[in-house]
Design a protein around this ligand. Structure first.
Ligand code: A5P
Length: 234
């Protein structure tokens, strides 16, 4: 039977938006699941919920504006109460993530890092035993010197490919390129890979989100599952 992924994404988004409270500064993610979060949050705002939001991409900013969610920025608020975002892969157990399939990983990581709580919303197709099982790892690099940066990443054991869009290199909101990096096998130690990549000159950031999620809301065909790291509340 074909499972309706959008129905699952919407269900996960709806559960996450229930955690938003009056007066909060909310971090908004990027991607189709995060888009459902924006829609549901907008409905609550229309019914009187008072929040301000910091978007993790120009795309999400535009969507939030059109739906009437008041936006703010880090100039006004250094800290976010709760950020909600999608992911491309979620490791069961650790709740570590690969993000950046949509190219917004840098702003997404800044938003996640500034948030007291970071709730991830996914359908169950995104769950993996180890990261890198399905997805190459997106790495954001400066345009200057990118072939040299790609060479340095190759020496770390990956095969980087420059992301393309419409026959040209894809450019991020920050004006950088993305290298989609395939590793020979799934990652045993994503924390080390995250750090090593970020020590490479030219790398702005990478899509590994290690030990950042407070909770992951997973939508299965049979219902919602909330996974938390030991001793954390969603
Ligand atoms: C955006 O850069 C990514 O990190 C997204 O969170 C990811 O691609 C998930 O997108 P979907 O919800 O559309 O699968």
């Amino acid at each position: 039977v074909e499972v309706d992924r959008d129905r699952l994404k919407r269900a996960a988004a709806q559960r996450a938006v229930e955690f938003v409270e009056h007066g909060m500064v909310v971090g908004l993610g990027t991607g189709s699941t995060a888009g459902f979060v924006v829609e549901q949050l907008a409905e609550r705002v229309a019914r009187g919920l008072s929040v301000v939001a910091i978007p993790s991409s120009e795309h999400t900013a535009e969507m939030a504006r059109q739906l009437g969610i008041p936006l703010t920025s880090f100039a006004e608020h250094r800290a976010i109460d709760l950020a909600i975002d999608g992911a491309d892969e979620v490791a069961r157990g650790t709740l570590d993530l690969i993000k950046g399939g949509g190219g917004a990983l840098l702003r997404e990581k800044i938003v996640a890092a500034a948030s007291r709580r970071f709730i991830v919303v996914v359908d169950d197709e995104k769950l993996v035993a180890r990261l890198g099982q399905h997805m190459p790892l997106p790495v954001e690099v400066t345009q200057f010197g990118w072939p040299a940066t790609a060479g340095a990443i190759e020496r770390l054991g990956a095969h980087p490919e420059l992301r393309q869009a419409d026959g040209r290199p894809f450019v991020t909101d920050g004006g950088n390129f993305i290298l989609d990096c395939r590793f020979a096998r799934p990652l045993d130690d994503p924390g080390t890979v995250e750090c090593r990549l970020n020590l490479t000159p030219g790398v702005v950031d990478n899509g590994l989100f290690v030990a950042r999620s407070t909770a992951v809301i997973v939508a299965h065909d049979s219902g919602i599952e909330i996974m938390t790291r030991a001793e954390e509340q969603p």
